[in-house]
Design a protein around this ligand. Structure first.
Ligand SMILES: Nc1nc2c(c(=O)[nH]1)N[C@H]1C(S)=C(S)[C@@H](COP(=O)(O)OP(=O)(O)OC[C@H]3O[C@@H](n4cnc5c(=O)[nH]c(N)nc54)[C@H](O)[C@@H]3O)O[C@H]1N2
Ligand SMILES: Nc1nc2c(c(=O)[nH]1)N[C@H]1C(S)=C(S)[C@@H](COP(=O)(O)OP(=O)(O)OC[C@H]3O[C@@H](n4cnc5c(=O)[nH]c(N)nc54)[C@H](O)[C@@H]3O)O[C@H]1N2
Ligand SMILES: [Mo]
Length: 768
């Protein structure tokens, strides 16, 4: 008789049930309370497929022979030797010890950026940091690839970056109050289906339907009409990428020029407004930042800009800015300029008014606010205090000791000898991967802990195979969900895989800190303890009674307290002196003394338009297209590339490049043509799709293809945009990644290169 089980589980894309038949995952069913479940749940069974899994601990042959003196440039081409777990853990703990003793703790780079699984207990990077802090610490990273330039500038101008994450105004206030919603970037279930830690109810689609029903006026400012679902009527403004700041400045200028600005609000709630208004008026170069001025930069119609400027202060208006806008050179500016525009309308702190950052960028932004305390393991304290801005990894590896600036301070890169990565994929997430590849040859030792043979694991010295979330027990949670979800073990670990916790516990034992690391709890002991801590916090802080752990585990989910109908900065608006912001003036900063003092050429004392190094308005742009590498609809980044949700969006096993039919025709490209994309930094292949919802001059290639450079000429064959992008900082102030600033050559090709699947098969036969 077959044994069929329905096992509750969850991922960053939500809660669901795994249907398990005789120990095999045969399907997935959505969580019954999720109004818009993500199609990604049907890809989860792919974790069980051994094809991409790392079967056992593996050591690179050259490293095994020569250890820290091995030739790092062989990473990616050397073969691997399988070793028993005990030997692998001895080697890893030996390396940690050696590097601490010879070079100091800061020479261990364990920033380990990445999304890993949604489980809050087996969280790969947190557990690694917990272990390393017990032996003296490591070099960490700050900010994220998602968000760096934007939050950095907001910390200094709004006093906090929480408007971007846990504290943005809830979107129910937009439905109830907003009359004009201006979306810079996107507002789309494509990105909102995921949230770090997962959501058990996806609400954006319902919110959008409510806005449609109400007839709220929506202006979509984006190079892509598909950044808002087709069924949401809007006025589409196909802006040139990276020029939004100019439009925001012009809207502010026209409001001021018409005398419609809220003088009282600027005076009572802002500092440095004079500096900002003087710039709008034309200081210092005599160019007023008018609708005509912005029209020349953005490619938009000046009359339309002026009429929106008339409307914004006279209706309840909300400006929302996607996270993507600050993943660009000068990415600080659109976030700051949007704050300036909202301040000029005087609507900050009013329900449905002001500015929001990242509605829909992830499922939690704009969802009800979690009042509980999300369960999570403690990292402990890092005694080194050493860190780098997350996207400066290649700079750090290439230039140990070199000076750089960040948030107004001069700092120096540490001398990283050991790199330990768990739960992230830099050969997916970093820009200019060919440059990263050269930098990656530098460290003495690289350890990667992942379930699958990612491009990063392929380039490691020691590879530790991890059990995926479906092979262990955990809890999915975060500060924006209304329910914690049980992630129950559905199948036995594949091959010799072990859980992240078990791996670190084994290392902690070898490093003499086992008890401090495990606190004598096992997996289920920790889940119970973490859950009960959150449950008491809900009781003590909110008087909310969550069910006990056993009931939660039996049900598969538990409600947590949330707050709806929340307006960010309502308290500050009502009483600025009682609720001062954590800025230089205690007010919203529109003109910054700090930035004036720093004198950065690429981040000045007020929101400002700076032409990026690559954009369509540059005289040297020529025939190139502006490449946007957005989030893949059928995947989370590089994860589960063979699942049905991901496969559905590929052709020939490659990623699909979308471009306007006119741009395609001019290049002799038809639907389905194989194309070659190139910049001075690298080249990749993709398959063309013609799409009139993409603005002219723009090309869109989602992220997430497994980095697969062809052995002959290095052309990347799977369609990974990061061989094309530039590894430039947003500015000397924010140091964020600038993936969306990139001009590319696009041409048809009959290059008969291997596909991505063949490239992976070649790796396996060559290396293992
Ligand atoms: N060009 C361009 N590049 C970008 C972006 C862009 O817009 N354009 N976006 C950037 C952004 S916003 C982000 S957040 C990054 C994302 O970059 P990453 O977060 O690095 O991407 P993922 O593919 O999610 O990597 C997660 C890794 O964790 C592994 N994993 C899954 N579960 C477990 C587990 O339980 N334990 C362990 N140890 N490992 C596990 C997966 O196999 C995978 O290799 O990419 C950035 N890169
Ligand atoms: N399905 C899925 N969802 C995801 C993820 C995933 O991998 N898969 N990743 C998650 C993560 S880690 C993050 S950080 C968020 C990111 O969330 P976002 O940053 O909001 O997502 P993106 O898809 O990078 O960009 C959204 C849109 O911005 C537009 N855009 C790009 N540049 C510009 C510009 O200069 N001006 C204007 N006006 N528009 C521009 C593009 O048309 C793009 O489609 O998404 C999350 N959601
Ligand atoms: Mo992200």
């Amino acid at each position: 008789m077959t044994d069929v089980k329905r096992i509750p589980h969850a991922s960053h894309w939500g809660a669901y049930y795994l249907i398990v038949e005789d120990g095999r995952i045969v399907g997935a069913e959505p969580f019954e309370k999720d109004p818009s479940p993500s199609p990604l749940i049907h890809s989860v069974a792919e974790w069980a497929n051994p094809r991409r899994r790392i079967p056992a601990p593996m050591i690179r042959r050259g490293w095994l022979a020569d250890r820290e003196r091995s030739d790092g440039s062989r990473r990616g081409s050397d073969t691997f030797v399988q070793v028993p777990w005990d030997e692998a853990l001895d080697l890893v703990s030996g390396e940690i010890r050696r590097v601490i003793d010879t070079h100091g703790n800061s020479s261990i780079f364990a920033g380990s950026y990445g999304w890993t699984s949604s489980g809050r207990f087996h969280h790969a990077a947190t557990l690694m940091k917990r272990m390393l802090n017990l032996v003296g610490g490591y070099t960490d990273h700050v900010d994220t690839y998602s968000m760096a330039a934007g939050p950095v500038i907001l910390r200094h101008t709004l006093g906090s970056d929480e408007a971007c994450y846990a504290r943005s105004s809830t979107m129910d206030t937009v439905v109830a109050h907003t009359e004009t919603l201006v979306v810079f970037g996107s507002l789309s279930p494509r990105t909102a289906q995921t949230e770090a830690g997962g959501l058990s109810e996806h609400m954006l689609e319902g919110t959008l339907r409510a806005l449609v029903a109400k007839g709220t006026k929506i202006v979509l400012v984006s190079p892509q009409r598909s950044d808002l679902p087709d069924w949401v009527p809007c006025d589409w403004w196909p802006i040139r990428p990276n020029t939004d700041t100019a439009l925001m400045l012009a809207l502010a200028h026209e409001i001021v020029a018409a005398g419609d600005e809220d003088r009282a609000f600027l005076k009572s709630h802002c500092s440095g407004a004079d500096r900002f208004l003087a710039y709008l008026a034309g200081d210092p170069d005599g160019t007023p930042r008018s609708a005509e001025w912005a029209s020349g930069i953005t490619g938009l119609d000046a009359e339309k800009i002026r009429s929106l400027a008339t409307r914004l202060p006279k209706t309840r208006s909300m400006v929302t800015v996607s996270w993507s806008l600050q993943r660009a050179q000068h990415g600080e500016q659109p976030f700051w300029a949007a704050l300036g525009l909202a301040a000029v309308t005087g609507q900050i702190g009013l329900p449905g008014g002001g500015v929001a950052y990242g509605y829909g960028s992830s499922g939690g932004s704009g969802a009800p606010i979690g009042l509980g305390r999300s369960p999570g393991m403690s990292k402990g304290k890092n005694p080194t205090g050493s860190f780098i801005p997350v996207a400066r990894i290649a700079d750090m590896l290439l230039n140990p000791g070199a000076a750089y600036t960040y948030e107004g301070k001069t700092r120096h890169y540490p001398d990283a000898r050991l790199v330990y990565w768990a739960g992230g994929n830099p050969f997916h997430h970093h820009q200019d991967l060919n440059r990263l590849q050269s930098a990656w040859a530098r460290p003495e030792t690289i350890i990667v802990q992942d379930p699958v043979w990612t491009a990063t694991a392929q380039r490691a010295d020691i590879v530790l195979p991890v059990a995926t979330s479906v092979e262990r027990n955990d809890i999915a949670a975060n500060q924006r969900t209304n329910r914690y979800a049980a992630m129950k073990r559905a199948i036995a670990p594949v091959g010799q895989a072990r859980s992240d916790f078990d791996i670190y516990a084994g290392l902690a034992e070898r490093l003499g800190v086992a008890e401090a690391f495990t606190e004598n709890r096992d997996e289920m002991g920790w889940l119970r303890a973490l859950y009960e801590k959150s449950r008491s916090a809900a009781h003590e802080q909110e008087g909310f009674e969550m069910v006990d752990f056993d009931t939660f585990w039996a049900n598969g989910h538990a409600l947590v307290p949330t707050k709806r109908n929340y307006t960010y900065l309502a308290d500050y608006r009502a009483a600025p002196d009682l609720h001062p912001l954590n800025t230089e003036s205690g007010r919203i900063v529109l003109g910054s003394e700090q930035l004036a003092g720093l004198g950065h050429a690429d981040c000045g004392p007020h929101p400002q338009w700076f032409p990026p190094s690559e954009w369509l308005g540059a005289p040297e742009a020529g025939e190139r297209l502006h490449l946007l590498s957005n989030q893949p609809e059928g995947r989370l980044h590089s994860q589960l590339p063979d699942g049905p949700a991901s496969r559905q969006h590929k052709r020939e096993g490659r990623e699909v490049l979308r471009l306007h039919p006119d741009d395609a025709a001019r290049r002799g490209i038809a639907e389905g043509t194989r194309v070659r994309l190139s910049t001075a930094r690298g080249a990749c292949l993709a398959v063309a799709r013609l799409d009139a919802r993409v603005s002219r001059g723009v090309a869109v290639l989602p992220t997430g293809a497994w980095f697969s450079p062809d052995a002959k000429d290095g052309t990347e064959v799977a369609g990974n945009p990061n061989v094309l992008t530039a590894d430039l900082p947003s500015s000397a102030f924010g140091q964020g990644c600038a993936a969306n600033t990139c001009l590319v050559q696009v041409e048809p090709t009959d290059e008969d290169a291997a596909g991505a699947d063949e490239a992976f098969a070649q790796f396996l036969s060559r290396s293992t």
